[in-house]
Design a protein around this ligand. Structure first.
Ligand SMILES: *[C@@H]1O[C@H](CO)[C@@H](O)[C@H](O)[C@H]1NC(C)=O
Ligand SMILES: *[C@@H]1O[C@H](CO)[C@@H](O)[C@H](O)[C@H]1NC(C)=O
Ligand SMILES: *[C@@H]1O[C@H](CO)[C@@H](O)[C@H](O)[C@H]1NC(C)=O
Ligand SMILES: *[C@@H]1O[C@H](CO)[C@@H](O)[C@H](O)[C@H]1NC(C)=O
Ligand SMILES: *[C@@H]1O[C@H](CO)[C@@H](O)[C@H](O)[C@H]1NC(C)=O
Length: 512
């Protein structure tokens, strides 16, 4: 569920075509082997097609870096960061003497050769009192720079590739970090295939290690509140990282990270519930009619549920099978709806093109920009089909299971969703959040739906109890900070300041 291209569509197409090969149960080893090489090859080709459909043209399938010859010597510094000085047009909104913009590479421990690339933008407001916020884009395998430049970063890219200040960048209310991950995504790289990640354990350990390196270099920020945010497939990464940080804190492992909360925007977190919600959402939004609905619910949903349960029990290949089975639900809805943009059902995709993010690649591949970033000759891999494919058996994993323990520890969770997204729609998210068993469940379920008001206008509807808030954002698709920049910034500000649930003006006795 990337924010940016359609993994689900890709894999559904792929698996549809491959269905004769992918008999799920009891296949002999030989045929399993042929399947396991055919699927990735086909997936790669399809991923390339889809990435181009979004007007991205990564030169490589995965970022392998400068090659072994350029490896930095053993014993070199773990973290190399440099001040970033990119020319930005217009008014930053205040007199910024010291921009406090940085870009850097962190040498990941416990890997052969992995380097994690990140941007760090100090707050445009109050660096010492604003929280530290990390943002993770999904994919899996898409660079967080997609959000930086098209959603909530300090600046946007003009047509002529100039940078323009974004009045609603999240650096207006936080010290903001964007990380390219898992390894092989964006500017993050490794020369060793062994560093490729396949699950949330690997992903969350790498991110945790990165945060340790980050706070070691920036000890003055370790006392600030810390929040984990992101979108789409980050609905998997975020609960895993939050649990990893909480575990590290409890075990007095390394530097204490002042984790206060985590927020997922149009995320994929509890796949069984969310896949089952596709036909409900599609019917409610009139994308499908009642007879389509009935046939999807009777013919496709039960096998998805069954396959997902087996994935939960057995893991591994059974999860790739669940992915295939469940995606037939989504695929069927797409077949019925034709050329709809499944990130925003108000829109159509024109030909293959649903979004045009090509300026991000054009910008980041300019030599002067690479020099400013300190990435040398390393290519930028906007979305990595290889990373995507490597995470395939992670997709149907239920990441809801670690969340109740975090809530009981008083760590806040915000689940927000743009109302017109189909792929990680608000209804599926609302359902899993309500279904989650924790000490506040009854009160959360019973809580009223209230308005989220920004500048006197209702920008969404929300429901809260204790550390948990759900927010449905009006007039937005999958990428809420792109569609509702001001409301999204206000959401972040109020939530991190503990004011989101208390500043609402009126209770609306209405459905969300
Ligand atoms: C920033 O916040 C700190 C702590 O709340 C406060 O002491 C300081 O005056 C603030 N600085 C500015 C420029 O507002
Ligand atoms: C690039 O576009 C921006 C915004 O449209 C404009 O302000 C700027 O003058 C342009 N720069 C050049 C060199 O044309
Ligand atoms: C990668 O892992 C395999 C299996 O554990 C090992 O045989 C191989 O030597 C490793 N390769 C590198 C480059 O470390
Ligand atoms: C429902 O939509 C399908 C196309 O998806 C169409 O074939 C069918 O006739 C429609 N049924 C009704 C009752 O409108
Ligand atoms: C709140 O919204 C949900 C979802 O639409 C709905 O099921 C529920 O009835 C609403 N609650 C009230 C009190 O209107």
């Amino acid at each position: 569920m990337t924010p940016t291209f359609s993994p689900i569509l890709l894999l559904s197409l792929l698996l549809l075509l491959l269905s004769p090969l992918s008999s799920p149960i009891g296949i002999p080893d030989a045929s399993r082997e042929s399947q396991s090489s055919a699927v990735p090859n086909f997936a790669k080709a399809e991923a390339q097609k889809l990435i181009r459909g979004f007007n991205l043209r990564p030169k490589q399938d995965i970022n392998t870096g400068p090659g072994a010859a350029a490896e930095s010597p053993v014993g070199g510094p773990m973290l190399v960061e440099k001040p970033l000085r990119l020319p930005v047009l217009g008014d930053a909104g205040n007199s910024i003497q010291d921009l406090g913009h940085h870009a850097g590479y962190y040498r990941l421990p416990d890997t052969k050769d992995a380097r994690m690339f990140y941007f760090f933008f100090e707050s445009r407001k109050n660096k010492s009192s604003d929280p530290v916020v990390i943002w993770l884009t999904g994919g899996p395998g898409c660079s967080s720079e997609l959000a930086l430049f098209y959603e909530n970063g300090p600046f946007h890219i003009a047509k002529n590739l100039s940078l323009l200040w974004n009045d609603f960048g999240w650096d207006q209310a936080s010290n903001l970090i964007y990380v390219d991950q898992p390894t092989g995504t964006g500017f993050s790289y490794s020369s060793s295939e062994n560093d490729t990640r396949h699950d949330e354990t690997g992903v969350s350990n790498d991110l945790y290690n990165f945060l340790q390196g980050f706070f070691k270099l920036h000890p003055q920020y370790a006392k600030n509140d810390f929040y984990i945010t992101g979108e789409s497939y980050a609905g998997h990464y975020i609960p895993a990282l939050a649990a990893r940080v909480n575990q590290g804190n409890k075990a007095n492992e390394g530097i204490h990270i002042n984790l206060k909360g985590f927020a997922m925007g149009n995320g994929l977190t509890d796949p069984i519930i969310q896949y089952k919600a596709y036909p409900d959402f599609a019917l409610a939004m009139k994308l499908i009619n009642q007879s389509d609905y009935t046939s999807i619910v009777t013919e496709l949903v039960p096998s998805c549920e069954q396959a997902s349960t087996i994935c939960g029990d057995d893991g591994g290949d059974s999860c790739a099978n669940a992915f295939q089975t469940c995606n037939s639900i989504f695929n069927e809805i797409l077949d019925i709806t034709g050329g709809i943009n499944y990130y925003d059902i108000r829109k159509q995709c024109v030909g293959q093109l649903c979004y045009d993010f090509s300026n991000m690649e054009n910008l980041l591949n300019q030599q002067k920009v690479r020099d400013a970033l300190g990435v040398g000759d390393i290519d930028f891999v906007s979305c990595s089909s290889t990373v995507y494919e490597a995470m395939l058996t992670d997709w149907m994993r239920n990441l809801e299971i670690g969340i109740p323990a975090l809530l009981e520890d008083g760590i806040k969770m915000l689940v927000y969703a743009g109302e017109y997204d189909l792929i990680c729609n608000w209804l599926g998210n609302f359902k899993w959040v309500n279904a989650m068993a924790w000490s506040g469940q009854k009160d959360f379920v019973a809580a009223p739906n209230v308005s989220f008001v920004v500048d006197g206008a209702e920008k969404g509807l929300m429901k809260s109890h204790g550390p948990l808030t759900f927010l449905k954002v009006h007039d937005a698709g999958h990428m809420v900070p792109m569609d509702q920049p001001k409301a999204a910034l206000e959401m972040l500000r109020r939530w991190t300041q503990g004011k989101l649930a208390v500043t609402q003006s009126k209770v609306r006795i209405v459905p969300l």
